[in-house]
Design a protein around this ligand. Sequence first.
Ligand code: NAP
Length: 429
Amino acid sequence: MASDKRLVLGVAGFGTVGTGLASILEENRDWIIERTGREIVIKTILVRDVSKKRTADLPAGATLTADPQELLNDPDIDVLVELMGGIEAPKELILKALNAKMHVVTANKALLAEEGFELFRAAQENNVGLYYEASVCGGIPIVQTLRESLAGNKVNSLVGILNGTANYILSEMTTNGLDFATALSQAQELGFAEADPTLDIEGFDAAHKLCLLIRLAFGKDYPFAKLPVQGISKVDPMDIEFAREFGYRLKLLGEVRNVDGKLEAGVFPMLVHHTYLIARVGGAYNAVRMEGNAVGPVFLHGLGAGAKPTGSAVLGDIMAVARDCAPNNTGFVAQVPDAAEIMPPQDSESCYYFRVMVPDQPGVLRDLAGAMAKQGISIAQATQKGQDPIGVPIVFMTHEAKASDVQAALDDLQKAGLLLAEPVHYRIL
Ligand SMILES: NC(=O)c1ccc[n+]([C@@H]2O[C@H](COP(=O)([O-])OP(=O)(O)OC[C@H]3O[C@@H](n4cnc5c(N)ncnc54)[C@H](OP(=O)(O)O)[C@@H]3O)[C@@H](O)[C@H]2O)c1
């Protein structure tokens, strides 16, 4: 089938995602024409260093440049595809493209989460699309699902494994008994983790995605800087093993719930009962479970990163432009949402897992239970692991407790001199 009108792309970035996009465009060329009636071609690719040796071939007819103006000033280019990462340089480029009335497709969650509103405003003022399916969970179509398919629902809650690197590390620690450092270096060898893995393992990448999901699901702005975030770099294999004995898996989750109109949200390592679908999401996979007031529970699962899964999401957005779909960037009439009413993190309630190191002597369990009871926290089950005159771990699970009461109980235990090491506590989903 011949295309009557080509859609011409200027692509900023020819790394993992840029090369993935180019390869799917080549591989699925006829299929794309069959679906959109148009041939989609890459004309110019912006990179930092044009002389760098590339592992992937350039798309036929495309040229490399280090000058952003070659993308912005070319009247042939219909769409700017931003796949370079970072904040300042892509922000400037995207703003210029939107103001030049070009549609923009991006995979950049950090930019959209931290500085996105200026871009959404510019897209609205210029009546062009700002598409970002690839920015949350790579190949999983979560943006489209929340913005279009579930638009008629009020979302009550959403929880997800939003970072494949962290999930891979925790899965390896759980399945193969690795410690954190070994699992991380294995992830780096396999290309699942960056040389600097901070954003992934400290939970910030998941937090960027959670901010975008909150906007899409609730139409509210929960500022990135206010999200409580805890990563996995301090996770001890001992807790993974104890959790497993209780029937739970430890997962890094991003969660948001609507509690009487207030949003309770954060990114934390959490215990998930092994019978829950999300507990079974292993390796570098991502998953999101959300609950709408009409649809009920919905569960999406797939690859959250990688050249082709992420390229697939980018291409879906480009094909929406090729079909002349009307832009619906935020999914709401307002392009800049109202501030969310935020539930103070200390007021949030959850069941908890605790591990405390205490002297192996009579009365300790009673003192522990007493400190918890003083704050109104009730213990659901408890067990002492092993015997050692120096100290033993006691592991216990609580019924629902308020975060501020948990902190007060831990402070009391510290003051009473009962704890031999830093206590560990995780929420239970
Ligand atoms: N990798 C994934 O699986 C994945 C998944 C979802 C979302 N994303 C997002 O997709 C984006 C791209 O990620 P990636 O993994 O493909 O990155 P990457 O492999 O590091 O590639 C980045 C590309 O952008 C170019 N670039 C970077 N800064 C530039 C600048 N200031 N001016 C011109 N060119 C510049 C680089 O040029 P050189 O080649 O000359 O260095 C390189 O070609 C990021 O926003 C990332 O968060 C990635």
